[in-house]
Every structure is written in structure tokens, then in C-alpha cells.
Design a protein around this ligand. Structure first.
Ligand SMILES: *Cc1c(COP(=O)(O)O)cnc(C)c1O
Length: 378
């Protein structure tokens, strides 16, 4: 074993972004609450000046996420996942063509609609798991946006094929890697140009912070994302980033446990008589199974569940649960769920009886007992 061997991701989550080792020094980086930094004269490159431009409390988390995504640069934290997505989509020029999944985060779809209205961006919606349909939409595109697995339909994209085709068509590729986390999928390694995260979800992991991040390997793209953040002021507070660093230290354990729970629950759900359909890429007959097995280092911890009896039955399941939390969002330690079509803004091709389950790290038997009791009562 060489001391220079690359560290495994689970080790990186724990060991990256630590202060230099000095006798009596802290093991954790300090939380610095300061809007401005002592400075006079012409600032040196990289010198800390003002909290909208750069803050030292951001750096440890940015280093950890940059290392996990195997990026040439540290990540850039943003005030929310949407702020990071807005920065990435700013790479689409006015009048450009943006290809994005029909089923993706609904506010991303809303932002694309806004770009179409205000800047004449041509928005083309595709089924991201239908590779031929995506390839057909690429000529003339400025950017291909990918979510995989998709929110909330759990479709799995053939990422390396899409990246290659998009680049051949002269389009940038942006990937929202929130669902997979960098432990399961590293889009930059497949050649994607920009990766974004809702850090709010798995990376922070405790449902106590709203935060985002964006990454790019290319120097010019990284500089543009950084400039966007400064110009728009879409920054994060130091405390939020400090919480995210605390959360990311346990990412590997949380994701491992949540994925194992999700696979077991998906397996049991698929043979429950009150269940019409289950989607989880771990299931051997799931349409995304083959791709996920080939391209991902896991199957994620989100389940799509359609109980028999339509939207009313889905709502009844939610109402009958005691342990699972009825709430939007996902990726926390606690298991939660919601019926996505309760939002009028959700894509109409999402079935109105679809429950999106975010499986947490509780004991799987307790999660199953609660779920089975709610389904049995239908
Ligand atoms: C939640 C979410 C977002 C938005 O992130 P915020 O931190 O809420 O702004 C974007 N993409 C996906 C896949 C999400 O789940």
C-alpha cells in the first residue's frame, strides 16, 4: 500500500476538508461568522475580502464535494439547489435550445419555462431514458440537461452515450446528481460539463438546511459559475455550509443504509396485493435495472409506489402512516413520502396516484411494518 493511493469515497467524506494538523489545533474547521475580512491595498489573488465573493467556511465542504465528484476544481456552494441550477442554465444563451427531461425536478422545469418566456430559449422536453428520442432532439442544442434517476419517475439515462452525442452536436451537458449522490454516480467522469446538487438532500442529509452546489472541470466554465454566484449574490450562509460539512461526514453510511432499506422495501412492496406498481432500479424487472447495474454504484434510495385505488388510495396510505413523515423533499435520515401530483405544477405525465418514497436509515422492519399496515388497511 502506497501513501499516495487514491482514497475510497467513504474515506474522502471523512478525511477531506480538515484543517492542517497543528499541535493543539482543532480537528474540525472553524465556523467563521464574518461578512468582511481584514484587507488593505491591492488584494492578492485568492485573498479573502468580502463574504459574497468568498468565505473560508465554504472551502472544506467545497473540497470534499469536489473530491467526491472527482472534479479538477472544488465545488462551488450556492444558497440552494435551484440557485446552482440557475447558474448552470445561465450557460444557455438567449434564443438557444435546451433539451431537458420531461420528468425532472419541477422547479427546474419552471425555470426553463421562464427562460423560454423571457429569453426566447427553445425548451425541448424528452423522455431521458429513451436514448433515440434524446439523440433526435440534440441537433442545434446549446445544452442537454440530465437527471438520472429522474425525479419522481426514476427513469435511468444512458449517461455516457448521451454525453458523447451531446458533445458531438456541440451541446454542453449539465447533470443534476442529487438523487444518485457522488457515491453512486460521477457524471464529470462520463464527460459531463456541469454537475449540480441540491445539497439540501443527501449531502447535508438531516433536513435542517437548504443549500446547493455546482461543479465544472473546465477552467472557463468554473470561472463563469463562480462569476454568476458573485454577480447574483446567490451565496450560502457560513452556518449552512458548516452544517452540510457535518452532514457529509456520514454520507457513505447513510447512503449505504438507505439504499439497502430501499431495495428491501421495493422487493416486499412488489409482491403486496394492494400495490399496482413499484419503481426502484434495484428490481430485476425495473426498466432502469440493466442501465443502473451497468452505470451506477448503487440503486439510490427513492421508490416510486402506486397503490391500487388511485389518488384517493395513495392519500389514504399517507394518512395511515405513523412513522413515515408526510413531507416534500427527500434524502434525510428520516423516511418521508408524498403524492407528487398534489402539486398543480407537477408534470401531467406523472401518474396522479404516484407516491414518491424517500427511504431513510431507520430499522427496515419498522419501516415495513408501518407501510404494510397502511397498505393492508386499503
Ligand atoms: C430538491 C431538488 C432540487 C432543488 O434544490 P433546492 O435545494 O430545494 O433548491 C433540484 N433537483 C432535485 C433533483 C431535487 O430533488
Amino acid at each position: 500500500m502506497s501513501h499516495d493511493a487514491p482514497l475510497a469515497p467513504a474515506t474522502v467524506t471523512v478525511s477531506a476538508g480538515r484543517p492542517a494538523r497543528t499541535q493543539g489545533g482543532p480537528v474540525n474547521p472553524p465556523l467563521v461568522l464574518s461578512s468582511t475580512f481584514v484587507s488593505q491595498g491591492v488584494p492578492a489573488p485568492g485573498e479573502l475580502l468580502y463574504g459574497r465573493i468568498d468565505a473560508d467556511t465554504w472551502h472544506p465542504f467545497e473540497q470534499v464535494l469536489g473530491a467526491l465528484e472527482q472534479s479538477r476544481h472544488p465545488a462551488l456552494v450556492f444558497g440552494s439547489g435551484m440557485a446552482a441550477i440557475a447558474a448552470a442554465l445561465s450557460l444557455v444563451p438567449p434564443g438557444g435550445r435546451l433539451v431537458l427531461p420531461r420528468h425532472c425536478y419541477q422547479v427546474t422545469l419552471g425555470y426553463a419555462a421562464d427562460l423560454s418566456e423571457r429569453q426566447g430559449v427553445e425548451v425541448v422536453l424528452v423522455d431521458i431514458d429513451d436514448t433515440d428520442a434524446v439523440l433526435a432532439a440534440l441537433p442545434g442544442a446549446s445544452m442537454l440537461w440530465v437527471e438520472s434517476p429522474t425525479n419522481p419517475m426514476l427513469e435511468v439515462a444512458d449517461l455516457p452515450v448521451l454525453v458523447e452525442a451531446a458533445h458531438a452536436a456541440g451541446a454542453l451537458v449539465g447533470v443534476d446528481n442529487t438523487f444518485a449522490t457522488p457515491l453512486v454516480q460521477r457524471p464529470l467522469a462520463w464527460g459531463a460539463d456541469v454537475v449540480v446538487h441540491s445539497v439540501t438532500k443527501y449531502l447535508a442529509g438531516h433536513s435542517d438546511v437548504v443549500l446547493g452546489a455546482a461543479l465544472a472541470d473546465d477552467d472557463a466554465l468554473h470561472a463563469r459559475l463562480h462569476a454568476y454566484r458573485t454577480l447574483h449574490g446567490s451565496i450560502a450562509g457560513p452556518f449552512e455550509v458548516w452544517l452540510a460539512l457535518r452532514g457529509v461526514r456520514t454520507l457513505a453510511l447513510r447512503v449505504e443504509r438507505a439504499q439497502a432499506n430501499a431495495a428491501e422495501l421495493a422487493r416486499r412492496l412488489s409482491s403486496h396485493p394492494a400495490v399496482l406498481a413499484v419503481r426502484h432500479p434495484s428490481l430485476p424487472d425495473d426498466p432502469g435495472h440493466e442501465r443502473a447495474s451497468r452505470l451506477m454504484d448503487g440503486f439510490g434510495a427513492i421508490i416510486g409506489l402506486r397503490p391500487r385505488g388511485g389518488a384517493a388510495a395513495a392519500d389514504a396510505v399517507i394518512a395511515a402512516l405513523r412513522l413515515w413523515v408526510p413531507a416534500t423533499s427527500l434524502g434525510g435520515v428520516e423516511s418521508s413520502l408524498e403524492r407528487r401530483r398534489r402539486f398543480a405544477t407537477e408534470s401531467l405525465t406523472v401518474p396522479d396516484d404516484l407516491l414518491r418514497l424517500s427511504v431513510g436509515i431507520e430499522d427496515v422492519e419498522d419501516l415495513w411494518a408501518d407501510l404494510a399496515a397502511a397498505l393492508d388497511a386499503l
